[in-house]
Design a protein around this ligand. Structure first.
Ligand SMILES: Cc1ncc(COP(=O)(O)O)c(C=O)c1O
Length: 396
């Protein structure tokens, strides 16, 4: 149950989540007891170093890896850049494969590699955003040296077949980086059992603090630091470590693990059941079409994505509806929120085969652990009113 009742109407957890009470408490304690620089040799520094390493062990325990495989970063964007640029620095320039539905952070890192002489090839997806494994398979030949794939797609909720893709990469000796930023709070994850070499995480999507994340780097995979300096994080990421934020990330992962243990997240958990009920109601509204896979193992359990249309069937730009709902106190996002500069058309929906007008009509609603049916039951009516208010016939 949220500390603040307005959180009932916050349906944008795929953008970010409010920190949980247990996270704030862990951070307050770390701030009091371990505020010093972990590199300092006095008692204050040793306390900070001890707290940092305890957080690293907690993170490693929750994610099924060894503490030495955890590099703390500032979040998803930095982890992705460190993974791709840092791994590529130890390889001869070759070909990087990415899917057609990556987060803009991966697209930006791929562009950097292009500037360093790499070719970048995009692997297509189907109408539901699922990676084409046959095309991936065919492209896993020289000069392909690196692959980067999103796991849980933020805009349309698709869970990509990372296990199968990773097995193919392993067979061909090609390094695989996975962007697990959206997946982390919603699935049990054991890095040691995944055929994945590098895995990017952020704390703020799972009720942890903003400004901290981790890159998991499989033992033996060489990685060049992007930031030089004091040689922290075993020479892989310089800069005085954010001890308090790392403590918050560890607490958030512990919370997720406890919820998973109770059957919390995942396709069978109560959050998925709530999402399914809400989606069923929304799909009854005229003109609304789900994008991405149906509820089940191929869809993030907290995630709803819809294409908006007017009563006459024309795609309806989602940004106006987002603003209309915001006026009614309901926080959702348009599908193209992550690429908010320039065109409103979502590159993700376009890659899935939607036209430009449809690609500007994507709406995303994402639920949090605190939501109950009472929190969201008004949403279908509010959305219907917002659509009517934005439709051309009634807008004037
Ligand atoms: C799938 C995915 N990857 C990467 C990121 C970037 O993470 P951060 O905002 O922590 O830099 C996000 C955030 O929206 C995301 O959803």
């Amino acid at each position: 149950v949220p500390a603040c009742p307005e959180l009932d109407l916050y349906l944008d957890t795929a953008a970010t989540t409010p920190p949980a009470a247990a996270v704030l408490q862990a951070m307050a304690i770390a701030q009091q007891q371990a505020w010093a620089n972990p590199a300092s040799l006095h008692g204050f520094g040793l306390a900070a170093a001890e707290r940092l390493e305890r957080s690293r062990q907690q993170v490693a325990h929750c994610l099924g890896c060894s503490p030495a495989e955890v590099v703390f970063t500032s979040g998803g964007t930095e982890s992705i850049h460190l993974a791709l640029l840092g791994a590529a620095a130890h390889l001869d320039p070759g070909r990087l494969l990415i899917s057609a539905v990556e987060h803009p952070a991966t697209v930006a890192a791929a562009r950097r590699l292009q500037q360093r002489g790499w070719q970048v090839q995009v692997v297509p997806v189907d109408r539901q955003g699922r990676l084409d494994l046959d095309v991936l398979d065919a492209l896993l030949v020289p000069p392909t040296r690196l692959v980067s794939l999103i796991w849980g797609q933020s805009e349309v909720g698709t869970i990509e077949p990372i296990g199968q893709a990773g097995t193919l990469c392993r067979e061909r000796g090609v390094l695989l980086h996975v962007d697990a930023v959206q997946m982390l709070g919603h699935a049990g994850l054991s890095f040691r059992d995944l055929p994945v070499d590098l895995l990017s995480c952020a704390a703020h999507k799972l009720e942890g603090p903003r400004g901290v994340g981790a890159l998991l780097v499989r033992s033996g995979v060489p990685l060049q630091a992007e930031l030089g300096g004091g040689g922290q994080e075993a020479g892989r990421r310089a800069g005085t470590e954010p001890v308090v934020l790392a403590a918050g990330m560890a607490a958030a992962l512990e919370l997720t693990r406890a919820r998973l243990g109770e059957g919390g997240p995942g396709p069978e958990g109560p959050l998925a059941a709530l999402r399914n009920r809400l989606l069923t109601e929304l799909e009854r509204l005229p003109g609304l079409e789900r994008t991405g896979p149906p509820p089940g193992a191929e869809r993030l359990p907290h995630h709803i994505s819809l294409l908006l249309r007017t009563a006459s069937g024309q795609p309806l730009p989602a940004r106006g509806v987002v603003r209309e709902l915001a006026r009614r106190g309901i926080a959702v996002s348009s599908g193209s929120a992550c690429s908010s500069r320039g065109s409103a058309a979502s590159p993700v929906l376009m890659a899935m085969g939607f036209g430009e007008a449809e690609a500007a009509a994507g709406l995303r609603l994402s639920l949090g652990s605190w939501h109950r049916w009472e929190s969201v039951r008004e949403l279908p009516v509010a959305l219907e009113l917002a659509i009517a208010a934005q439709s051309p016939a009634t807008a004037s």
